[in-house]
Design a protein around this ligand. Structure first.
Ligand SMILES: Nc1ncnc2c1ncn2[C@@H]1O[C@H](COP(=O)(O)OP(=O)(O)O)[C@@H](O)[C@H]1O
Ligand SMILES: [Mg+2]
Length: 495
């Protein structure tokens, strides 16, 4: 019995040990997996388990494990997205700030701070209304309207969806506000200074072109009419007139000639005057010209030449350039009031022109006289714009110079500051560059023997008639045509 009992007890112990090892092993494999998971190891495999409580535990662990992996993936994705957003936020060239429903600043980028020229401390202490007050105290204004900035205007735009341009700190910003769903605000601040400048320049050049077009058209027609009037008056035989009549004709002729000078100036502005360009040494012209003009200026005004050596020849109409320089010097003299110095400087420079570099000669006419405000500077090239007293200025000087320089393929600009002085900057084309692009002067090809038989082309009947009569009275033979095609046809026939 004892032996049997011992056998049974031994059997129970062995069975117990076996059971303990089996359950213990399964439980410890789950515990191990949990420990590894808590340490960050995601590659854990728990062996398949039987359909008992421990198996349930293993399967629950498996689901937990899968969820942890999904959560991890979502977490990484979220992190990546928020990093991208943050980088964009920081890399943006525009300023961006977010205000909460109480209009308190929640977030902003460095550009927002820089564009408004605020320190971080200042910005952080402002709510939206305080920021608007701050801008208004610093003379920020709503561009175009020139009214001080205030919150009402800034917020009104939310409904209008229209950006507002504000001028602040010598810059122009586009200010946009978007509403967030919770009532907060997103403010975008975009620097538009450069674009605004381009827009203004473009509008200005379009305006100049339109005025030029209009002026040119009128001046051309007017010139033709004046040519008929002058021609007819010229052809009247004064011997058959009484003294009184001859005097009247003379007066009419003088008035018509004055009008012709005026239209000539308008044609110059409209870049339509006939030019006779040639190659010449600009320094030589400036020396000769200064000698002559100095006597006509006041003795208390000195002209100083500052000329660069060995300049290449320029190519333009020499007489017209002298007229332009006279205009510029008279303006400088008026700006100096009664005494001072005018500097004429010549240099060679390389300029950017339609995406290519070009050598040009630069002439600067510098005076330290009264200068001009920005409003005057914007209009100086307009014909008839003058700030001088009635009878003193015609307002045609700079417009003529402008038209002539542009027609000669040069450039003109003016830098001026009120009370400090003005520099007029002319950039003139070089002879070799223009001549190679234009070929030889056709006028030079006309041979001597044709000079006394004149082929006349004019589409206006009355003008053609009077020109013919004038030429014939000067003993020229004429053959006239209404248009170029018929004249060419005539020449082709061997005449
Ligand atoms: N060198 C200068 N300094 C200051 N103002 C100038 C100068 N040149 C031109 N201006 C301004 O530009 C205006 C137009 O000049 P202009 O076309 O020559 O006409 P005008 O001399 O007949 O007034 C002048 O009335 C003057 O206000
Ligand atoms: Mg003038």
């Amino acid at each position: 019995i004892l032996l049997f009992s011992l056998f049974i007890i031994g059997l129970i112990i062995i069975w117990g040990i076996y059971l303990y090892q089996l359950i213990g092993y399964r439980l410890s494999s789950i515990t191990q997996a949990l420990i590894r998971l808590s340490q960050g190891d995601k590659n854990i495999i728990v062996p398949q388990q039987a359909e008992d409580e421990i198996g349930e535990l293993a399967r629950a662990f498996d689901i937990f494990h899968q969820n942890v992996i999904k959560l991890d993936y979502a977490d990484a994705l979220l992190k990546e997205k928020s990093e991208l957003l943050e980088q964009t936020f920081l890399a943006m060239r525009d300023g961006l700030a977010i205000f909460d429903v109480k209009q308190k600043l929640v977030s902003y980028n460095a550009q927002f701070m820089q564009l408004l020229n605020l320190t971080e401390k200042q910005l952080l202490s402002y709510t939206m209304p305080q920021l608007a007050t701050f801008l208004s105290n610093r003379h920020a204004s709503i561009y175009g309207l020139q009214i001080p900035i205030n919150l009402t205007y800034l917020l009104e735009m939310r409904s209008e969806q229209e950006p507002l341009e504000i001028e602040y700190n010598h810059s122009i910003f586009e200010w946009r506000i978007s509403m967030l769903q919770d009532g907060g605000l997103v403010v975008f601040l975009i620097d538009r200074t450069q674009r605004k400048k381009l827009e203004i320049d473009l509008a200005h050049s379009q305006k100049m072109r339109t005025i030029g077009h209009l002026t040119g058209g009128i001046a051309h027609d007017f010139n033709n009419l004046l040519a008929v009037i002058i021609g007819n008056l010229d052809l009247i035989d004064s011997a058959s007139l009484t003294e009184k009549q001859a005097k009247r004709i003379q007066n009419a002729l003088k008035a018509a000639e004055n009008s012709a000078t005026l239209t000539q100036r308008l044609l110059a502005y409209a870049r339509k005057q006939p030019l006779h360009p040639s190659a010449f040494d600009i320094n030589q012209l400036l020396c000769e010209f200064t000698d002559l003009i100095e006597h006509t200026l006041s003795p208390t005004i000195k002209v100083r030449l500052d000329l660069a050596e060995n300049l290449p020849f320029v190519y333009m109409d020499r007489n017209q350039l002298e007229t332009a320089l006279v205009n510029l010097l008279l303006n400088a003299k008026d700006a100096l009031n009664s005494e001072g110095e005018i500097i004429i400087r010549s240099t060679q420079l390389i300029v950017e022109r339609t995406y290519q570099q070009e050598k040009m000669i630069q002439i600067e006419i510098i005076n330290n006289g009264c200068g001009m405000d920005q409003q005057t500077q914007n209009r100086i090239f307009e014909p008839f714009f003058t700030t001088k007293k009635h009878g003193k200025g015609s307002g045609l000087g700079l417009s003529m110079v402008y038209g002539f320089i542009r027609q000669s393929k040069g450039r003109i600009s003016v830098q001026s500051s009120l009370g400090k002085g003005t520099t007029v900057n002319l950039q003139l084309p070089l002879a070799q560059q223009i001549q190679t692009s234009m070929g030889t002067n056709i006028a030079q090809q006309v041979s001597e023997r044709f000079l006394y038989s004149i082929l006349l082309v004019e589409d206006q009947h009355s003008l053609r008639e009077i020109l013919e009569e004038q030429l014939q009275s000067a003993s020229y033979q004429t053959i006239s045509f209404e248009n170029a095609e018929s004249a060419i046809e005539y020449l082709k026939c061997g005449h």
